[in-house]
Write a protein that binds this ligand. Sequence first.
Ligand SMILES: NC(=O)C1=CN([C@@H]2O[C@H](COP(=O)(O)OP(=O)(O)OC[C@H]3O[C@@H](n4cnc5c(N)ncnc54)[C@H](OP(=O)(O)O)[C@@H]3O)[C@@H](O)[C@H]2O)C=CC1
Ligand SMILES: O=C1O[C@H](COP(=O)(O)O)[C@@H](O)[C@H](O)[C@H]1O
Length: 510
Amino acid sequence: MKKTENQMLVIFGASGDLTARKLIPALFNLYVANHLPKNFVVLGVSRSELTDKTFRDRVVYESDYLKEKTKKLGKDEIKGFADKLFYEDLGNSYDTDYKSLRKRVEELKTAHETSGNIIYYLSTPPTLYETVAHNLADAGMNTQKNGWKRLIVEKPFGYSLETAKKLNKGLHQYFTEPQIYRIDHYLGKETVQNLLVTRFANSIFEPLWNRNYIEHVEITNAESVGVEKRGGYYDKSGALRDMFQNHLLQIVSLVVMEPPIGAEAEEIRNEKVKALKSLRVMTDEKVLFENTIRAQYVESVVNGEKVKGYREEDGVDPNSTTETYAAIKFYVDNWRWHGVPFYVRTAKRMPTKATEVVIHFKEPHHQIFNEQGMHRKDNKLIIRIQPDEGILIKFGVKVPGQGFRVERANLDFYYSSLAETYVMEAYERLLLDAMQGDATLYARADEVEAAWEFVDPILNYWQNGKDVRMYGYAAGVWGPENADDLFDGKGFWRNPGENLADDPGYCVIC
Ligand SMILES: NC(=O)C1=CN([C@@H]2O[C@H](COP(=O)(O)OP(=O)(O)OC[C@H]3O[C@@H](n4cnc5c(N)ncnc54)[C@H](OP(=O)(O)O)[C@@H]3O)[C@@H](O)[C@H]2O)C=CC1
Ligand SMILES: O=C1O[C@H](COP(=O)(O)O)[C@@H](O)[C@H](O)[C@H]1O
């Protein structure tokens, strides 16, 4: 177990949704599991007029997000957590000086003996990230003389390659790269981390993990919800920026990367950057004709209930051209992956919530069961990121009896079968890592920029190019009708939990 030193966590944007919904519940879990250091306080900072008491009421005692968690605890225990939380009202001074903030930090540090170790968590609108870093530096609050200082930066990290570079440059004026922790909550998911273990702790997969054995790789990220209350944010973002540039390309990098020489943060991140840099950047023609499909959900009835179309959602422009569905085909230009297509899609208002990586293996080089009609592409490795977290291997077995009837069988592992193991939630894991100075699961500046290098041309063409279509799909279906066109007639999307051919025990030669 790594050591967690005494420290303070200062959250900018503490009156916001993320703090109440994710950060405080994650800290609460760490508290219950005894993972917080002995001397630890949280200082919430934003412009809203709150006090220590009203902040505690809001994010602990009256919070819907803690209701279930606090039920199991006694009053004293809950108070023990709430008493670690404090609040500083900045007035309008996000963009003025932090003198009073600095004074408050010093007071808390002395009163609670937290030492000079501080994490600053930027959970404000992204336009303020650089301003806050600047103001911290201006007030001398970034100095590491009396304890380390770390900066956690929320997504989105930039809006394009240019803005991401600008933000990196801006932050680097005040904090060094090792001090900066760019959060991507998908990296905090156990099953995403398990991609590394599946590949590099087993000898059975890695020899097959290349162009000689893999026909194509497919990644689906589906959400059943729409944009909910975030229409204003989402309409300026879209599926490609919101999910693909960050979370999905992080998953891609773990699938694509070469084995690192060790499990240290820099070794893993070096390989991820190489992987991202090897994604073939698309020409306008490829964006237009072969490799991308975008779409928006339209009004429909789902489970008997009327569901709004995207353009009717609150905060969304009625003429919006922002995509809620993005499907991208691409290639990886390196020795291992030459010629292997990757198909990645993400969307809102799909029939279900599911994220999975499917490795489709090639058919055997010499097929001896052809006459019986053996299904040729039956070998698959399916990594279920969520829900039903686990790994499924699909392979053919002989049906007992005369001749060679082949049936598909499954080897299926569920994380839930490890009943004894407590699985940390993503934010919990990531916060604890940052507290311990472990940046392995955070994105480095060059990783983020490499991901934008790949995404920028697609976004640019979608926005400014000629003849780019915006398809519609009824809320509650698996995307637009022509979504399989990306496979050029050689395949189709596997819809998690829906393909008859992927059901356990499905007979391939009946
Ligand atoms: N909510 C979520 O699920 C997720 C959010 N994020 C990211 O986290 C960050 C925070 O998101 P979220 O909590 O949802 O956002 P909210 O809008 O709910 O909260 C933003 C916070 O910043 C402060 N703020 C808002 N506008 C200004 C302004 N103009 N000047 C100064 N302060 C301002 C607000 O407090 P006050 O007005 O009191 O100052 C509030 O505390 C964003 O960057 C978002 O992209 C990332 C992933 C998921
Ligand atoms: O970052 C985001 O992720 C969520 C989906 O996260 P998950 O952990 O529930 O899969 C998505 O809804 C949101 O739009 C996006 O900003």
